[in-house]
Design a protein around this ligand. Structure first.
Ligand code: NAP
Ligand code: ZN
Ligand code: ZN
Length: 346
């Protein structure tokens, strides 16, 4: 076993605290990564507080991981010692169901093995990236270009791929008017990708103070969702909405913004189930859909696209021991636009 250290919630709702544990030995297909940066996703908070139910404790969060390969197994072909590697939201899957074969491992019929709060194939709890080192199968590990600042790359492994995947699936881009609800970690990546693909982007936010940032990110319009007049004026204007909201809200408030045939794609996972009015869909043949992260091949394509187009997350780099304050600030929508832990501070 490899001795590892990190930060964990020992039980639901506990603040995170220093925690020692073991990683498995490096197997023939494994790489060992010294973690350099770990992004703070809102899902880490939902899970550490068990807001969705079923979280497994002790829980070491972190699924936006970038680090350096320090050891490779005998049969590893994709990586060499010294390479920069990334790990996202899952670290394994069944590998033989129709979705795994199609590169849609996130929708594996057996459920993927998540990077934390999951059990691996040996029945051990998985621990995430708020730690110094990680051992993963090379098949579920991504190549990261050294051209980009690595702290800004870490959030691409979840916030990036989660917004990239629906943009690709629905082919959002030139000629489309797309709304992004919630300018947080996921939302600001959605804006960057959509702008890069030529869409006309509207940020729909509860925070008027984020208007200047939305413009800097390239958004064309900014709509304050708490203002009924602005919401009324925006009715039937959008082809797509990407909804990244993490807290209680009503889908019915946003659906009228869609044109005929418009689609709202949900990526945010609020603990409370919002209600949904049939007439809001029926009256304009609107759809509501969902999307979860992305497959390994698609994640690599997204990382390569970002390296080519110079796209990274806007980050505030923090020390490990700031994590509990960082969680509180995320809950207040007070992050511009992703906290990333410098793991050297652990
Ligand atoms: P985040 O950085 O906290 O961003 C969420 C944004 O939602 C906030 O910045 C805020 O934007 C807006 N918001 C917050 N409370 C709201 C409310 N009551 N009503 C309306 N808007 C509100 O979180 P994140 O890391 O981007 O994650 C967003 C959600 O996606 C979380 O639920 C997370 O678990 C989920 N997620 C899903 C996947 C997936 O695979 N589908 C992957 C990763 C994360 P404004 O200030 O602009 O209003
Ligand atoms: Zn995440
Ligand atoms: Zn599978």
């Amino acid at each position: 076993m490899i001795a590892a250290k990190g930060y964990a919630a020992i039980k639901a709702k506990d603040p995170l605290e220093p925690f020692k544990f073991d990683r498995r030995e490096v197997g023939p297909h494994d790489v060992q990564i010294e973690i350099l940066f770990s992004g703070v996703c809102h899902s880490d908070i939902h899970q550490a507080r068990d807001e969705w139910g079923g979280a497994i404790f002790p829980l070491v969060p972190g699924h936006e991981i970038v680090g350096k390969v320090v050891k490779v197994g005998d049969h590893v072909t994709k990586f060499r010692v010294g390479d920069i590697a990334g790990v996202g939201v899952f670290v394994d899957s069944c590998r033989h169901c129709e979705y795994c074969k199609e590169g849609l491992e996130q929708y594996c019929n057996d459920s993927p093995v998540f990077t934390y709060s999951s059990y691996d194939k040996d029945g051990n709890i998985t621990y995430g990236g708020y730690s110094n080192t990680l051992v993963t199968d090379e098949k579920y590990t991504l190549h990261v270009s050294e051209k980009l600042p690595l702290a800004g790359v870490a959030p691409l492994l979840c916030a990036g791929i989660t917004t990239w995947s629906p943009i690709q699936n629905w082919q959002m881009g030139k000629g489309h008017k797309v709304g992004v609800v919630g300018l947080g970690g996921l939302g600001h990546m959605a804006v960057k990708f959509l702008v890069s693909k030529g869409a006309e982007v509207t940020v729909l936010s509860t925070s008027p103070s984020k208007k200047a940032d939305a413009e800097r990110l390239g958004a064309h319009h900014f709509l304050v969702t708490k203002d009924p007049d602005q919401m009324k004026a925006g009715e039937r204007s959008l082809d797509f909405i990407i909804n990244t909201v993490s807290a209680q809200h009503e889908y019915n408030d946003y659906l009228p913004l869609l044109r005929v045939n418009g689609t709202m794609v949900l990526v945010g996972i609020p603990p409370q189930e919002p209600s949904l009015g049939a007439v809001n869909l029926i009256s304009k043949r609107r759809s509501i859909a969902g999307s979860m992260i992305g497959g390994i091949k698609e994640t690599q394509e997204m990382l390569d696209y970002c390296a080519e187009h110079n796209i990274v997350s806007d980050v505030e780099v923090i020390r490990m021991d700031y994590i509990n304050e960082a969680f509180e600030r995320v809950l207040k929508s007070d992050v511009r636009y992703r906290f990333v832990i410098d793991m050297a501070t652990l």
